[in-house]
Design a protein around this ligand. Sequence first.
Ligand code: ATP
Length: 355
Amino acid sequence: MARITLDHIRHAYGPNPQADTDYALREVHHEWKDGGAYALLGPSGCGKTTLLNIISGLLQPSHGRILFDGKDVTDLSTQARNIAQVFQFPVVYDTMSVYDNLAFPLRNRGVAEADVDRRVKEMLEIIDLSDRAKRKAQGLTADQKQKISLGRGLVRNDVNAILFDEPLTVIDPHMKWVLRSQLKRLHKQLGFTMVYVTHDQTEALTFADKVVVMYEGQIVQIGTPAELFEKPRHTFVGYFIGSPGMNVMPVSLDGARAVVGSQDIALAEAPKSVAGDRLQLGIRPEFIRIGREGMPVRIDRVEDIGRRKIVRADFEGRPIAIVASEDVEIPAEPKIAFDPAGVHIYVNSWLAGSP
Ligand code: ATP
């Protein structure tokens, strides 16, 4: 398995790119460690697949280099890069048996038949298809076929990395959960470098060591799920990660106090800013207390989600989400208080489109 270096990667699909917005990837410069599980997460069109294809060699970047363990592979073909890929839709040979589908990548590399047999049988156990080994892939369900694709990606143990492009999209929700946990376990057990594209935050947060959040062709933050939750570096990351995401509102500062509309809120420390900066306050719904004390809000609706409720309200003329436990009573004249530990002040958080 390999450490992957993305060295000043830029990519434009069209000719003569001029502005930043002409680039599908603007500037990606990072190193992903050997054996890491990285999830590329971001909204549709942010460049996840473009980056994955550049790593795999399906696409040549307009600028920059890709290195595996320090060796420049930018000009190497996908095959020469020695990576395994699992795509959104199953890639299986319908006329071959399930066993032969799994054996194919090994036989192709000249692995001795006794080893092929051992590894294929292990993989059949892992993907829970041992009882279908002799069946033709044709006629299996989409779930089962995608399990074969996963198995084919994982059966080789000599690859530099395994790349996944939304591989669970076609899988039904229960099986998705099962496969996700299997993949996590396998990663722990086998220690392969894995890059996993998804736009589903649950998928990214449950199994990645590091989540790479992308927005408009850039990596905006790389962090553990806890870091992204507790210390989102941009308003977009706060808003995109979490359910509901972080509340973001314009704010002005008065020393160590933040002023939102007619309310002011004590801050743990005064952020540095100069006149003309665009200031925003971010607070996750879990850090807002609702009760009889604090700043007035008008309740729009309450969504019951099992042991918690999401209160949607109007605060100083803008929507705000509050997460409360199910036993919290909402008084007739509700007020909210911000936990200072959960207040973030953003100075020129530069992501257009974030609230
Ligand atoms: P999704 O989640 O929808 O797959 P993504 O994050 O993977 O999105 P990409 O597919 O990498 O995003 O696309 C990034 C940008 O590049 C988008 O603006 C897209 O329209 C553009 N793009 C992607 N492929 C091509 C192509 N072959 N030719 C021209 N533009 C492309």
